[in-house]
Design a protein around this ligand. Structure first.
Ligand SMILES: Nc1ncnc2c1ncn2[C@@H]1O[C@H](COP(=O)(O)OP(=O)(O)OP(=O)(O)O)[C@@H](O)[C@H]1O
Ligand SMILES: [Mg+2]
Length: 281
């Protein structure tokens, strides 16, 4: 493990988030992380959970676009020390608390150890109030993405049925396993043409992870390609709000319900019990 990853792990262990932290990540970009994060957060909040949604894509974050937030302050103001955590929280639909990233702020892609420590500390304090923290990460296996993932209780890797996305999703899982990530790793297949195609995609990656990494990858389900999702991005309205009766909304709501059950049934037991008390089944 690299020094930085080890360091981040140590920081996070010493400021362990009591809330369930779900990091949504991917190997390949553009596979739907931000939309999945935003819509899951809204569904969780709609079921009565206090939810914090964090845009952890420090260079190209666009959660504000998907959530239609005109953000005056964002993580850059927190890092620079100009604003406190309370100043940069936006209240979104269903009362979701949102922390935006600063799009195009290159310096955030290269924050130093001190700034990163401060950021993680501030976020850990904030998490004390939340029942669920949903983190939208950048794509790829950069050190900061891995750091956010290792800090989470559950990493949901997003892929599509495309071979390139699948290869990169596997690479991400491999890095998590290589860093001895102790939480749950799940895989969600987005933009599938059919449920069968999505399930096949999951199975292929889960089988390879089992065989070569001896890692169990949970099945977070399949989301079909649906043009309503791209329309909703154009409308700047999350799809669960723009198209509440659509199939994609039902799928996202069902996934959020499973996640919500997982929050209630949370146990500190590692290993066996963790697999048994599986909110996906
Ligand atoms: N299920 C879907 N059906 C149709 N289009 C989709 C679906 N999911 C995502 N898209 C399209 O893919 C685009 C990218 O989605 P999104 O921004 O959520 O991906 P991302 O993984 O966060 O990207 P990045 O890696 O750049 O952060 C959306 O704007 C939308 O047009
Ligand atoms: Mg994104």
């Amino acid at each position: 493990m690299g020094n930085e990853a080890l360091y981040l792990q140590q920081v996070m262990e010493s400021h362990r988030w009591p809330a369930n932290v779900l990091a949504i990540t991917s190997g390949k970009g553009g596979v739907g992380k931000t939309n999945i994060a935003a819509n899951l957060a809204i569904c969780l909040a709609a079921s009565g959970k206090k939810v914090l949604l964090v845009d952890a894509d420090l260079s190209l974050g666009n959660l504000d676009v998907v959530m239609n937030i005109k953000s005056k302050y964002n993580i850059s103001h927190l890092i620079s020390g100009r604003k406190s955590i309370k100043d940069i929280i936006h209240i979104g639909p269903e009362g979701v608390e949102i922390i935006c990233s600063g799009s195009g702020l290159e310096q955030l892609a290269n924050i130093n150890e001190f700034q990163r420590q401060r950021l993680l500390k501030e976020l850990s304090g904030l998490g004390n109030d939340s029942e669920a923290i949903v983190i939208d990460t950048a794509a790829g296996i950069s050190k900061s993405v891995i750091g956010f993932c290792l800090a989470a209780d559950h990493v949901m890797v997003v892929t599509t049925p495309e071979a390139t996305a699948m290869t990169d999703a596997y690479a991400m899982i491999k890095v998590l396993v290589g860093n001895r990530f102790a939480g749950r790793v799940s895989l969600i297949v987005n933009m599938a043409e059919t449920i069968a195609e999505g399930k096949k995609t999951y199975q292929k990656i889960a089988d390879v992870a089992k065989r070569f990494l001896n890692a169990y990858v949970y099945d977070a389900g399949v989301l079909l390609r649906d043009e309503r999702l791209s329309y909703s991005v154009r409308l700047r309205k999350p799809v669960v709000l723009a198209y509440p009766k659509s199939q994609i909304t039902s799928s996202l709501a069902a996934l959020a319900a499973k996640l919500g059950n997982g929050l209630a049934a949370r146990t500190d037991d590692e290993g066996f019990f963790k697999k048994v008390i599986d909110w996906f089944f």
